[in-house]
Design a protein around this ligand. Structure first.
Ligand SMILES: *[C@@H]1O[C@H](CO)[C@@H](O)[C@H](O)[C@H]1NC(C)=O
Ligand SMILES: *[C@@H]1O[C@H](CO)[C@@H](O)[C@H](O)[C@H]1NC(C)=O
Ligand SMILES: *[C@@H]1O[C@H](CO)[C@@H](O)[C@H](O)[C@H]1NC(C)=O
Ligand SMILES: *[C@@H]1O[C@H](CO)[C@@H](O)[C@H](O)[C@H]1NC(C)=O
Ligand SMILES: *[C@@H]1O[C@H](CO)[C@@H](O)[C@H](O)[C@H]1NC(C)=O
Ligand SMILES: *[C@@H]1O[C@H](CO)[C@@H](O)[C@H](O)[C@H]1NC(C)=O
Length: 933
């Protein structure tokens, strides 16, 4: 205490010796400090705030430990919610040398006098101006001692999202307060993928009569949304509710959410007139949350004694009370920091000479900035909880109560806090835990909604209330299994219609609808035009085989697809019985040539290996050639009669017969497939080859395929041929591009499947090249589309969708063979291994054969030449001569040779056995014997 006095004295000393020319110094700790307060005394907030502020000033002055003897003096001025009056009052405050102003109450006034506060450097402590834009840096001297509507709107948007509503209507008072609040609401809703579908402003002057409100409410009722947010002033709000009640808009299916204007009325005017409370039954209301505390309870009971129960205390009253304490504490800190209350003339104002306005009287609070800083750095406990400002000059930990008006009072169904969202426990209990915004953690107690129901309203209704939905249905001419008009009536049948009615029957509410035929009945209508009629509002929805494509999803909402679809290419197939030369097709030309060569080679090899010892391979050359050919060709059928005697020839033959076996069976298999399997008769093998070819392409009339082929694939328009029916498809495909038909047709899979179930000579070639589906089309953001999607998924999960599909679209009988396409010819590359083995066998056998001959040759004729080097050359030459001689002999004297051979073999039989020589050796001996002897 002494220290404080010492410091005060020191300041007094400093001030006494300071020499400031024009300043009107009062004292460093003056006896009296003036503060202003401006609000609307007669308003719901003002009535309570007036008493609260007076009580707060009393309390502060009674406690000498706060301002240490300095007395707070409050100057209250009325400002109706008029900016002009507020401005005048604010300027008048300069007469009183106020150092801070509590108020204004209204956001409109706050916007205007914030400019005054900036100029005079007098902090404004508004306990009730909730316009979020007042936080802007433009108004540094505006301090909000309550929570911004930014957080109230966040709370509303979380409530809206919590109940799963997507669109809301906002009724607001069209001034800074209402407009900026609703704008913040729009932003907050957008964060949760919800939106304000209709905003309606009410003029702020009180000249709005019942007729105007009725007009507004009738417009609201025509909207789809059944969630109405009312952000107005109390008297206007009650007018709206009473009129809504009158128009039966406070009944079943409606949701009304009021901002805190209603909670302050409910809190302050305890028993509301019964007709007033009757008109707000089931309304959800937000109220600034102030934590329970002993101080608050004590103040409440004091309040009760003070007012005799005629006026309830609402949260704005508590904020007003705390604002006074906030100033007192900040002022104390201000004095402690050496702040001086002094004012100076505003040099920027024009001199007042000759003017009766006396603007020169307006003076600036010199240390206003210091006081402002002290206010913003406050950290104290008030009736409304902890009072501390965050970085954006707004109070920390914003929280709201969510209240449900029931009977003659209300029930709190939960809380919202910026910290952890919606909860059923007070936010103070959550601040100690980590924030948890998981959806399972977001809870509210059950509310009783307008119409006295516990069932949460679905939040929307069919826009043209009660009237039937106009649903456009294409009049299909082809593929009527999908959709077709029952002749002579306006009813439709088909797969899509059945899916639609099944889905509608799953909706939890009745839907009145009416099918409206679209199309001329001569050809399929354009589906693009059909869906465009939804965007223009002619239809409320479209049902049918409508493909979900990008162009359409940009302007419409589709349900989940109920049929998978996609574009495919259909091309003709036919049995390829290509006449007389079909038997050549199994093998490629090279394969034929190589096979033929091998026949000759093998024949030749066998002849070389055999003809010397086997009589069947001997004879005149002509005969030998024929034998060789006959022999090798007859191996084809394993019918060769000639015996092979040499081991090597048998070896070669064995390999060769194996090769023949393989070739034979491959040929048979390939030929069979050529004669039985169907083959593509056009060069189209998929969308790629279609793009490259120059042949005409068919598409279904009205289908998006035309656009797709032109724009996405890049097929010129001249190549595209519109075809109206499956019969036209078949005709065009059968004619082919040469005779004015088409090479292929591009259409969606479901149509194609149906088409192919009757036409077995066409096939899908290549892959599906787009993946999409069919859905029902609704206008943008239609809640019905959402519910229909859920219903379609349910249909698909319970198997009904498949049953409906099977009922209308039976699968084709000939689509099972699609797996086999063109069977290619057999190429040499599949067989070269065999040929290699066979060739090697021939080569090795020949090699062995010649080696043997050479060896025998040496044995029979001892080396003549002394030079070893010439031996091989000579022996080679000799071999050659030998062979030619052999052939000569064999040719010339076949009968003589035969006879001789017989004789020899008879006479030499004994010796052969004795010596173990082979016949070849014998032969050579014989030959050499004849030459050398
Ligand atoms: C203001 O302070 C000066 C000294 O700095 C003093 O002389 C003067 O009397 C003071 N004025 C008032 C009105 O107290
Ligand atoms: C006076 O104010 C101080 C600080 O706010 C507080 O601690 C004290 O309890 C108050 N005294 C009375 C009598 O209210
Ligand atoms: C403020 O409005 C009330 C009615 O709302 C009116 O009686 C009063 O005269 C107005 N005050 C001023 C200063 O205009
Ligand atoms: C400041 O204003 C007062 C009138 O309120 C006037 O008497 C005084 O001369 C002015 N001072 C200066 C320096 O303009
Ligand atoms: C509100 O919460 C957000 C994030 O959840 C945070 O960034 C912001 O600072 C909070 N505001 C206040 C005033 O506490
Ligand atoms: C959030 O709350 C839910 C339910 O109350 C709980 O299951 C979950 O674990 C909590 N998450 C965190 C991060 O605490």
């Amino acid at each position: 205490m002494n220290a404080v006095r010492l410091v005060s004295c020191l300041f007094l000393f400093c001030v006494l010796f300071s020499t400031s020319g024009y300043s009107r110094n009062v004292s460093s700790r003056p006896a009296v400090v003036n503060i202003g307060a401006m609000f609307t005394f007669e308003s719901t907030i003002g009535r309570v705030a007036k008493i609260a502020i007076e009580e707060a000033v009393k309390d502060v002055n009674a406690n000498s430990s706060i301002l240490h003897g300095t007395e707070l003096k409050i100057h209250m001025r009325k400002s109706n919610c008029s900016g002009f009056l507020g401005l005048a009052e604010a300027l008048k405050f300069t007469e009183n040398d106020v150092i801070a102003i509590i108020g204004p109450q209204s956001s409109v006034v706050a916007h205007i006098i914030s400019h005054v506060a900036n100029e005079l450097q007098v902090p404004l402590l508004s306990f009730a101006a909730t316009d979020p834009t007042l936080n802007s840096l433009q108004f540094p001297f505006f301090v909000r001692t309550t929570h911004s509507d930014f957080y109230q709107m966040a709370a509303i948007s979380e409530v809206v999202d919590h109940y799963g509503w997507k669109q809301v209507t906002a009724i607001f008072i069209d001034n800074d307060y209402g407009r900026n609040g609703v704008s913040a609401l729009g932003d907050r809703l957008a964060e949760r993928r919800c939106r304000i579908s209709y905003k309606v402003g009410i003029p702020p002057d009180s000249g709005v009569n019942r007729g105007d409100i009725t007009d507004i409410l009738v417009k609201v009722a025509l909207m789809e949304s059944r969630v109405v947010i009312v952000h107005v002033y109390p008297d206007m709000g009650f007018k709206i509710f009473s009129m809504a009640n009158h128009l039966e808009m406070m009944g079943n299916g409606w949701v009304w959410i009021a901002t805190d204007w209603l909670s302050s009325v409910l809190d302050s005017a305890s028993p509301l007139p019964s007709e007033t409370i009757d008109s707000v039954q089931g309304v959800l209301v937000l109220r600034q949350h102030t934590p329970d505390s002993d101080r608050k309870r004590a103040f409440s009971s004091r309040w009760h004694k003070l007012t005799g129960g005629s006026l309830g205390l609402h949260s704005y009253g508590l904020y007003a009370y705390d604002s006074v304490w906030l100033i007192a504490h900040a002022l104390d800190a201000f004095f402690n920091q050496g702040g001086i209350i002094s004012f100076s003339n505003d040099s920027r104002l024009p001199s007042g000479e000759g003017s009766s306005l006396h603007l020169e009287a307006i003076s600036i609070f010199d240390d206003g900035k210091l006081l402002l800083n002290n206010i913003l750095q406050s950290d104290l406990d008030g009736l409304t909880g902890r009072i501390k400002f965050g970085i954006d000059r707004s109070l920390i930990l914003p929280a709201y109560d969510v209240i449900n008006v029931i009977g003659t009072g209300y029930r709190r169904i939960g809380y919202w806090s910026n910290y952890s969202g919606l909860s059923t426990t007070p936010p103070e209990t959550l601040y100690t835990k980590p924030p948890n915004r998981s959806s399972t953690n977001q809870k509210l107690y059950a509310a009783i909604w307008p119409g006295d129901t516990l069932l949460t309203p679905r939040g929307w209704a069919f826009a043209n209330n009660g009237k039937q939905l106009r649903i456009g249905v294409p009049i299909r001419v082809s593929f009527q299994e999908f959709v077709s008009q029952v002749p002579g009536t306006d009813t439709f049948k088909g797969f899509c219609i059945d899916v639609f009615t099944a889905a509608v029957s799953l909706l939890p509410y009745p839907v009145q609808y009416q099918f409206i035929p679209f199309g001329d009945g001569k050809e399929n209508p354009s589906y693009t035009e059909l869906v465009n009629k939804i965007t223009t509002g002619f239809f409320d929805a479209a049902v049918g085989d409508i493909a979900i494509v990008t162009k359409r999803t940009k302007v419409l909402d589709f349900t989940q697809p109920y049929v998978a679809s996609g574009l495919v290419v259909v091309a003709p197939f036919r049995k390829l019985n290509s006449g007389a030369w079909a038997f050549l097709r199994p093998f490629s030309a090279r394969m034929w040539i190589v096979t033929a060569c091998f026949f000759l080679v093998v024949g030749l090899v066998v002849w070389i290996l055999e003809h010397r010892i086997n009589d069947e391979f001997r004879g005149p050359p002509k005969r030998q050639v024929i034998t060789v050919l006959w022999f090798s060709l007859s191996t084809l059928f394993f019918a060769h009669r000639e015996n092979t005697m040499s081991t090597l020839a048998r070896f070669v033959l064995l390999i060769w017969l194996f090769v023949v076996l393989i070739i034979n069976s491959s040929y048979t298999a390939s030929l069979t497939s050529i004669f039985t399997v169907q083959q593509l008769s056009s060069p189209i093998k998929g969308i790629e080859s279609l793009k490259e070819s120059n042949e005409p392409v068919g598409y279904q009339v009205g289908s998006f395929a035309e656009y797709y082929l032109r724009e996405e694939v890049g097929i010129s328009k001249s190549r595209l041929v519109a075809l109206g029916s499956p019969e036209a498809y078949a005709n065009a495909l059968q004619l082919g591009p040469e005779k004015g038909g088409v090479a292929a047709i591009v259409d969606e899979l479901p149509y194609v499947q149906l088409f192919l179930s009757r036409q077995c000579t066409f096939r899908i070639v290549g892959q599906e090249f787009t993946k999409s589906g069919w859905g029902f089309a609704f206008p943008r953001d239609s809640p019905l589309a959402l519910d229909m999607s859920t219903a379609i998924l349910a249909l698909s999960e319970n198997g009904d969708l498949q049953r409906i599909h099977d009922k209308w679209l039976t699968q084709s009988s000939c689509s099972s063979e699609t797996s086999e396409l063109e069977s290619d010819r057999l190429h040499l590359k599949s067989f070269w291994g065999l040929f290699l083995i066979c060739g090697l066998a021939c080569f090795i056998s020949l090699l062995i054969h010649f080696c043997q001959i050479t060896r025998q040759l040496y044995r029979a004729t001892p080396v003549e030449s002394p030079s070893a080097g010439q031996g091989s050359l000579r022996s080679g030459r000799r071999l050659h001569r030998l062979l030619s001689l052999m052939d000569e002999k064999a040719g010339q004297e076949k009968s003589a040779a035969k006879r001789r051979k017989l004789e020899r073999s008879l006479s030499e039989n004994d010796r052969d056995c004795e010596l173990g020589r082979n016949p070849m050796r014998k032969e050579t001996e014989r030959m050499t014997g004849t030459t050398s002897t």
